[in-house]
Design a protein. Structure first.
Length: 105
């Protein structure tokens, strides 16, 4: 899990492990926070997430600042569960974070 002092795009090598989506209840949701080395890197990541959202129809709630983003994926409105599609979207976000780290952007 990435802590607030670990930043995407820093020169130190990062371990490839889950980025810390946390499951919460009432309402059921997944939450994560990612910290980036600068706004440009954050902006690139947000653009990639937006492309994925357009492709899947899954739109996370986002709040962000100059170098961080908080993301929330809510359970399906119809059944109140985290669907396989939502879980796959969360994994894709993790993959995008890994790609951002590899690109060093």
């Amino acid at each position: 899990m990435r802590t607030s002092d670990q930043r995407v795009g820093d020169s130190a090598p990062a371990a490839k492990k889950p980025h810390g989506w946390r499951r919460r209840e009432r309402p059921t949701r997944l939450e994560c926070r990612h910290v980036f080395s600068d706004y440009e890197t954050l902006r690139d990541f947000l653009d990639r997430v937006a492309e994925r959202s357009e492709a899947t129809g899954i739109y996370p709630n986002l709040s962000f600042g100059r170098d961080y983003v908080n993301m929330t994926l809510f359970a399906d409105d119809d059944n109140g569960e985290l669907t396989p599609e939502i879980e796959a979207f969360a994994q894709r976000v993790d993959d995008l974070v890994n790609k951002t780290e590899e690109d060093g952007s």
